[in-house]
Design a protein around this ligand. Structure first.
Ligand code: NAP
Ligand code: GDD
Length: 358
């Protein structure tokens, strides 16, 4: 069972589990539109037709809907990926963010307990590097692993940290150990299926549209933010591996999943532009910084800073040390930064070409 199956990770995870021969139950909120585009993009319709992939209407903020689907399908693995996952939006909608990201987890744990399913279900909780937040700046820790203290800086990070502690607690209560659960502390991971308001996809969509004359400029916020960007398809494998841990609940562990490499938002723009055949030229600083490229012998302004995209609080630096996952899960990323940029740009060039011909 996957909550958040319509999202980036949910879709890739569904694809992975179906390939492994699982029957997958995907939970999605009721929508008024066509079946989810990411599932269609990954060509999962035949699995739906065969009944190997079942989509159920359920909302993690509605405990009854979770009880209903758990009772009906009795899943052996539950991947809780449902979230309001945009950090910037969380500042504008802290209530909604907390409701899904934290209370939603209370609901899932309540439902599992109420149905007495703790012995045969395993829970994966989508924790996040955002929980480390200000650790780098405030404590000088330039890399984060499972032992790094948490210091969330956003309503998103705070709700996710509360959920994280709740799941760890469910694994090791004072009255005995019960739920076999693992929290994956995943650093940023991107893909062709990344939502278009996250910075990497915003960049690859904009530059490829500029290339095809569909857009003039890209406006960004903090160009200096540093992130550890991996490929989502690699990261869902780590989720699955975490739920294959053996032994009693108290032996179960949480894992950082990351590439150990860090790049700035500006680096991501540079690398994407290079894929298109442009060399970025930057001028100015802070809000006045501007990015230019040569197009048909003319110097064109294509990137500007717009303070609208600054956050009330931003996480300055995230760089993960995934040595524990490498050692205990035999997991390591297969896709490096340049390969990630390359596949996202190639995909979005195709999209822009198609859009041009509409
Ligand atoms: P995403 O693309 O934004 O997907 C989020 C999913 O949650 C969507 O399917 C969304 O459904 C669903 N959802 C939202 N509210 C819900 C509700 N009330 N009930 C049921 N489903 C609900 O996010 P993602 O990038 O795949 O990330 C997956 C999970 O990993 C999230 O929990 C995220 O916070 C966490 N995470 C992500 C990253 C990353 O870099 N991608 C890193 C660390 C942790 P709709 O399609 O209806 O909106
Ligand atoms: N979204 C966005 N849009 N971010 C921008 C922009 C912009 O125009 N300009 C600069 N940034 C900066 C943000 O301020 C942030 O420092 C960085 O780019 C990355 O922003 P996002 O791509 O929105 O991702 P995020 O790091 O805030 O959050 C993602 O990663 C977390 C794990 O660390 C999300 O996927 C979270 O759900 C996830 O938990």
């Amino acid at each position: 069972m996957i909550s958040g199956i319509t999202g980036q990770d949910g879709s890739y995870l569904a694809e992975l589990l179906l390939k492994k021969g699982y029957e997958v139950i995907g939970l999605m909120r009721r929508v008024s539109t066509e079946p989810p585009y990411r599932l269609r993009y990954l060509k999962l319709q035949p699995f739906i037709d065969e009944g190997k992939l079942v989509l159920e209407c359920a909302d993690v903020t509605d405990v009854n809907s979770i009880i209903r689907v758990l009772k009906k399908h009795e899943p052996v693995e539950f991947y809780n990926l449902a979230a309001q996952s945009h950090v910037g939006i969380a500042f504008d909608q802290p209530y909604e963010t907390t409701s899904v990201n934290y209370l939603g987890v209370i609901n899932i744990l309540t439902a599992i307990k109420a149905l007495d399913m703790t012995n045969h279900i395993r829970l994966y909780q989508a924790s996040t590097s955002e929980m480390f937040g200000g650790t780098a700046r405030r404590m000088g820790l330039q890399k984060q692993n499972e032992l790094t203290p948490f210091w969330p800086l956003s309503p998103y990070g705070i709700a996710k940290l509360a959920a994280h502690h709740l799941v760890v607690m469910a694994r090791t209560t004072e009255h005995g150990h019960w739920l076999r659960a693992a929290c994956g502390i995943l650093f940023n991971h991107e893909s062709e299926l990344r939502g278009e308001n996250f910075v990497t996809r915003k960049i690859t969509r904009a530059l490829t549209r500029i290339k095809h004359g569909l857009q003039k400029k890209l406006e960004l916020g903090n160009l200096d933010a540093l992130r550890d960007w991996g490929y989502a398809k690699d990261y869902v494998e780590a989720m699955w591996l975490m739920l294959q841990q053996q032994g009693a609940a108290e032996k179960w562990q949480d894992f950082v999943v990351a590439t150990n490499e860090m790049h700035s938002v500006r680096d991501f723009v540079n690398a994407s532009a290079r894929e298109i055949g442009w060399e970025m030229e930057w001028e100015g600083e802070g809000r006045q910084e501007k990015g230019y490229v040569q197009i048909d012998g003319e110097r064109k302004l294509i990137v500007e800073v717009n303070p609208e995209f600054y956050r009330e609080n931003d996480v300055h630096l995230l760089r993960g040390d995934a040595s524990k996952a490498r050692e205990l899960l035999q997991w390591k990323p297969k896709t490096n930064f340049d390969q990630l940029v390359s596949l996202m740009v190639a995909h979005d060039l195709r999209l822009a070409e198609a859009e041009k011909n509409w």
